[in-house]
Design a protein around this ligand. Structure first.
Ligand code: PEP
Ligand code: MG
Length: 573
């Protein structure tokens, strides 16, 4: 029976494909039945993943520091024993052979069976040992998802849509190598990092669907309209036809935009606008080149720290930053220092607080872990010898945070000088304006920084007190709220007064419906997912600054919610 679900359009585009339900384990994985000829390679893939996990555990075991608690080696030994048990390393193979299910599915089925048996144990201590089994299985699953091999759903016949209750940013990074036609989730908001990653993949996505995971059945046909935030389940032939036509039109428009790749982003009345790209990993560089970005306005370096149990070394970070800086060939590369915390948690991090978005996140975490921070600063400074790197500090709120960080940068520079290691002494240091306190006092921050970048995703979250990843309040997350527009405008004015460039690198910058509004508020530097660059450029090229300014002022002052939509329509007419 056909029915429609409404959520939040997190990434534009239309996909038509069959549902692949992610399992409700902590690592969300797809289920699918394998063709007979892939069974052997799937068995091999499973064995390799178990072996690799075993090897990882052994390495972690051998690197336990001398002062570590005595339980740690015993704990790792137990995990190694669990991994060697037939229940984990043999039984899933039987399921792969007999049920032809993919390795992830076989392993989660087995995990669920074991957990059910543990739940029958009366002794509470023994019963709680199920946690260890789950942790070991999660490790193997992560390895499997990270190395999808031949068993990634084969898309040559039909496209498939991943249906998950929730996907974390770390999961999305793993899915980067897979070929899903769309992602849909029950939870999440449009500016959650998961949604941002979906946009970076240029894959249609709808979030906050609430019940999709339980209402949709495996293999059911789905239409995903990422722009309207709609999912149509089991559509009839007429609806399918209608959406096939819409999909073709959307593809055509995307193709047409490609012609703008080397055009300059200049308004009809001659104002030049800079359009930079946001990236998460070095892998995003082909998309950056394809979109013809003039620089990288936001390199979310924390993604180098996710999906691993250890920390990336200075050398590893240096290599990642150097590669991007060199690839941009003298164009600016703005490397944001670690912004972990909130919805991006690393396994080695601090315990997750009750209210992580307000907790030890971003610059606060870095200042609490000076060694970690200095290692990253060294890597960025070393990379600055290979092109034009810039440092961007996330979540500044207090002047003391900025002062301490600037002192640390000076200290790291001094060490590098003493070691005769090359770096760009004039490297620019910018700050993200994403906490209302920083926006309100942007004049002061502007004096001590070389540039500012407004992180509207967090600025909206903190100004309106709306958790950006919480679907229950997603309808209140409003980029057009006059308080938000006022803070953006104020920050741009303070930057102009101090002669310091101001960019917006939050998701507002990549939404072509908001381009004119931002131009009208005085913005001249945009940074966004590469997939949005050409559409925003087109909008810039169709705009007159003299016309949009007056409308934007009216919107920033408008306190009548009923008028917001019509004002925006007029601005975009
Ligand atoms: C923002 O907050 O707008 C931003 C660009 O940073 P992130 O989305 O990574 O928090
Ligand atoms: Mg932010």
């Amino acid at each position: 029976m056909s029915f429609t679900l409404h959520g939040i359009g997190a990434s534009s585009g239309i996909a038509i494909g069959r549902a692949h339900l992610a399992t409700p384990s902590r690592v969300e994985v797809a289920h699918y039945v394998l063709p007979e000829h892939l069974i052997d390679s799937e068995l091999e893939r499973f064995e390799n993943a178990v072996e690799q996990t075993r090897e990882e555990l052994r390495i972690v075991r051998s690197q336990i520091p001398a002062h570590a608690p005595a339980e740690l080696p015993a704990f790792l030994d137990m995990h190694l024993l669990i991994l060697d048990d037939n229940m984990i390393d043999e039984e899933p193979k039987r399921l792969i052979r007999e049920q032809r299910c993919n390795a992830e599915w076989a392993l989660t089925q087995q995990m669920e069976a074991l957990v059910a048996r543990f739940n029958e144990i009366e002794d509470p201590y023994l019963r709680s040992r199920q946690e260890d089994v789950v942790q070991v299985v999660q490790r193997v699953l992560k390895t499997l998802v990270g190395h999808p091999g031949t068993a990634v759903p084969q898309t040559e016949e039909e496209e498939c849509v991943l249906v998950a209750h929730e996907l974390t940013p770390a999961d999305m990074i793993l899915f980067k190598n897979t070929k899903f036609a769309a992602f849909i989730t029950d939870l999440g908001g449009a500016t959650s990092h998961t949604a941002i990653l979906a946009r970076s993949l240029a894959i249609p996505s709808v979030m906050a669907l609430h019940q999709a995971r339980s209402l949709i059945r495996d293999h059911e046909w789905l239409i995903v309209d990422g722009r309207e935030g709609v999912v149509i389940v089991d559509p009839d032939e007429t609806v399918l036809e209608e959406y096939r036509a819409k999909q073709a039109k959307w593809r055509q428009a995307t193709e047409k935009l490609k012609k703008l790749k080397s055009s300059r982003a200049v308004t009809l009345d001659g104002t030049t606008v800079e359009i930079y790209a946001n990236i998460e990993l070095q892998d995003d560089m082909p998309a950056v080149k394809e979109a013809g970005a003039q620089g990288i306005g936001l390199f979310r370096s924390e993604f180098l720290f996710l999906n691993r149990d250890d920390l990336p070394t200075e050398e590893e970070q240096f290599e990642a930053y150097r590669a991007v800086v060199a690839a941009m060939d003298g164009k600016p590369v703005t490397i944001r220092t670690l912004d972990l915390g909130a919805d991006k948690q690393a396994p080695w991090g601090h315990t997750v607080a009750d209210n992580p978005a307000l907790g030890l996140r971003a610059i606060r975490l870095c200042l609490a872990e000076p060694k970690l921070f200095e290692t990253q600063l060294r890597a960025i400074l070393r990379a600055s010898a290979h092109g034009k790197a810039r440092i961007l500090l996330p979540m500044l709120g207090n002047f003391s945070e900025l002062r301490t960080t600037l002192q640390m940068i000076d200290g790291v520079k001094k060490d590098l000088r003493a070691q005769q290691i090359k770096f760009d002494d004039g490297i620019e240091v910018g700050g993200m304006i994403e906490v209302p306190a920083a926006a309100l006092l942007a004049d002061h921050f502007a004096r001590h920084l070389d540039f500012m970048s407004i992180g509207t995703n967090d600025l909206i979250q903190y100004t309106l007190a709306i958790d950006r990843a919480d679907d229950a309040v997603a309808h209140l997350y409003d980029p057009l709220h006059p308080a938000v527009l006022h803070l953006i405008q104020h920050t741009i004015k303070c930057g102009n007064k101090a002669g310091k460039p101001v960019a917006v690198c939050g998701e507002m910058a990549g939404d072509p419906r908001l381009t004119r509004l931002l131009l009208g508020l005085g913005l001249r530097h945009f940074s966004m997912q590469p997939a949005s660059i050409l559409a925003v450029k087109q909008q810039v090229m169709r705009s007159m600054i003299s016309e949009v300014t007056e409308f934007a002022q009216r919107m920033a002052k408008n306190t009548d919610p009923d008028k917001t939509a019509s004002l925006l329509d007029k601005l975009n007419a």
